[in-house]
Structures are given as C-alpha cells and as structure tokens.
Design a protein. Structure first.
Length: 112
C-alpha cells in the first residue's frame, strides 16, 4: 500500500499499462501476429489496428449474439469500448485449441 496519493496514482497507471500490454498481446495472438514489438502495438488507440480484429471476430463467431457488444461499440463509434469488447470476445470465445487452428489456417492461407 502506498503512503502517498501520488504513489497510488503511479501504481494504478502501471497496473493499467500492464493490462493494456497483456490485452494487446492477446489480440496479436488472436490475429496470428506476435512479431510486432509489444510496445509498438496500437490496438488500444488506433482504428486502423482495431478494425481488422473486429472483422476476424465476426468471422470466427459462432453466432451474432457473441458479437453483440462489438456491434454496439461500432454503432456508438466508441473506440475504447470497442477495444474492451474485442478483448472480452477473445477471452470468452477462444481457447488454446481454437487459437492453434486459426494459426494453422492463417499459415495455410499464407502458403497459397
């Protein structure tokens, strides 16, 4: 526990930064691209990085219901909410086996 408010604020910022890094890496794994430096990933700040992830979520979803929060965030054009919705989608709807199948499919597409 921090003795001073400034220290507590700094610890909170570090915690948020670590979560963002973990979430960006989770997204990169989902997308099959972990070659980019974790500190250069911009899923949390860039529509250009985030929209391809949204497209892939729609592709792998088993039902429209799974993408409800993503569709809502797109409708509201709320990038922060969309980022969180994508992270939740990936956490809920992918497992190691499914992730491996997607990586293999991506590699097959690269070979063709």
């Amino acid at each position: 526990m921090c003795a001073y408010p400034d220290e507590a604020k700094a610890e909170t910022e570090i915690f948020k930064s670590n979560i963002m890094i973990e979430n960006n890496y989770l997204i990169a794994e989902f997308m099959g691209d972990t070659s980019v430096s974790i500190h250069k990933m911009e899923y949390h700040v860039s529509w250009d990085w985030l929209i391809p992830v949204v497209d892939k979520c729609f592709e792998v979803a088993d039902s429209a219901e799974q993408c409800k929060a993503i569709r809502y965030a797109l409708h509201e054009t709320d990038k922060e909410y969309l980022y969180r919705a994508v992270v939740r989608f990936i956490q809920k709807n992918t497992d190691t086996e499914k992730m491996m199948k997607m990586r293999i499919a991506d590699m097959d597409n690269d070979l063709n």
